[in-house]
Write a protein that binds this ligand. Structure first.
Ligand code: SAM
Ligand code: SF4
Length: 331
């Protein structure tokens, strides 16, 4: 175990790793993917063993929280084995996952068994027709069944993630929140981030700010500020008289970079130091050149801290946006 842990040149302690286990997905959400996506060739992907090894070394370096994401993590074959292995790492405080929920009715109890503590489940609408339009291919009922299965499996906490877009689902802020309150779930509202080119609409036109969402909520709920922090972009409130927390993830309207405690591993083994920049280190090369020796991997991770940018610079008004789509980044 590292005595000092990882910290960057701005003094930020890095103790949170997000890992994308696949760029593939059974949905094609309009804010995340283009309609026709080219997925990565199999040989460029980290194997599950390589991912487990990188996670282990991060935990040895003081990382206490790992979130698995994608793409849709549950479409990668054999992923439960990875979760079981990482879930057993001494020193890891929390293993959590972000999922679109379509396969949870099958996976929820196994995830719990593997040591997954909490789940974030994406849900942007409660209307089946809209769900189909936003996800292009999905069925809302599958996700609702997945949410029920997760509740039955008894996770420590379940949080819904809703990306709110003007003209698409901004009129569902209250109904999604009621849905969460009735089921004892938390909910976070996310401003769309400009990751990857999408053709059919202008992102600036569908921008719906966290402040607008908050005003919608205040028509029905009292928001009490919460001191909870994940060291990230969310600001949390408790809804008075309920057990539900509401988070706002506001990359445009509120900057959160000074609190950043995280780095991201793509499924190709690129360690991304910031969601909004291309700064990265190729850990796949390091693990493949040194299959039996961890020291070069440890050193590459420690050295990567020197290039973590101070802040992201998302701007809806200027092009180009980053070329990476969210499914590559691991949102
Ligand atoms: N497939 C899983 C899911 O949908 O939850 C995990 C991966 S997905 C990329 C993770 C989160 O990123 C989801 O909550 C999704 O809504 C969000 N997301 C995707 N593209 C986004 C974008 N351009 N801006 C903001 N959030 C985005
Ligand atoms: Fe798939 Fe999640 Fe992206 Fe939707 S947001 S396309 S579910 S990876």
């Amino acid at each position: 175990m590292s005595e000092q842990g990882l910290s960057d040149r701005f003094g930020r302690r890095i103790n949170y790793l997000r890992v994308s286990v696949t760029d593939r997905c059974d949905l094609r959400c309009i804010y995340c993917m283009a309609e026709k996506m080219t997925f990565l060739p199999r040989e460029s992907l980290l194997s599950l063993e390589e991912i487990a090894r990188i996670c282990r070394v991060f935990v040895e370096l003081g990382v206490t929280k790992i979130r698995f994401t994608g793409g849709e993590p549950l479409v990668r074959r054999g992923v439960l084995k990875l979760f079981r292995e990482v879930g057993r790492l001494p020193g890891l405080g929390e293993m959590v996952m972000t999922t679109n929920g379509t396969r949870l009715d099958q996976y929820a109890p196994h995830l719990k068994e593997a040591g997954m503590r909490r789940l974030n489940i994406s849900l942007d609408t409660l209307r089946a027709d809209r769900f189909r339009r936003i996800s292009r291919v999905g069925e809302l009922d599958r996700v609702l069944a997945g949410i029920e299965a997760a509740r039955e499996a008894g996770f420590a906490r379940i949080k819904l993630n809703s990306v709110i877009l003007a003209g698409r689902n901004e009129d569902e802020v209250l109904s999604l929140t009621r849905f969460a309150v009735e089921r004892g779930l938390d909910i976070s509202f996310i401003e769309e981030m400009p990751l990857g080119e999408i053709e059919e609409r202008d992102r600036a036109e569908s921008y719906y700010s966290s402040d607008a969402i908050r005003a919608d909520l205040e028509r029905e709920f009292t928001l009490l500020p919460s001191t909870d922090s994940t060291g990230g972009p969310s600001r949390y409130y408790t809804l008075a008289g309920t057990g539900t927390r509401v988070g706002f993830i506001s990359p445009h309207s509120h900057n959160f970079c000074h609190l950043c405690n995280r780095v991201r591993l793509t499924v190709e083994g690129r360690l991304l130091l910031c969601l909004g920049h291309e700064h990265s280190v190729d850990l796949r090369r390091v693990v493949r050149e040194h299959p039996r020796e961890d020291e070069p991997l440890r050193q590459a991770i420690i050295d990567s801290m020197a290039i973590k940018p101070e802040r992201h610079e998302f701007d809806l008004g200027t092009r180009p946006v980053l070329r990476r789509h969210m499914n590559h980044t691991g949102g």
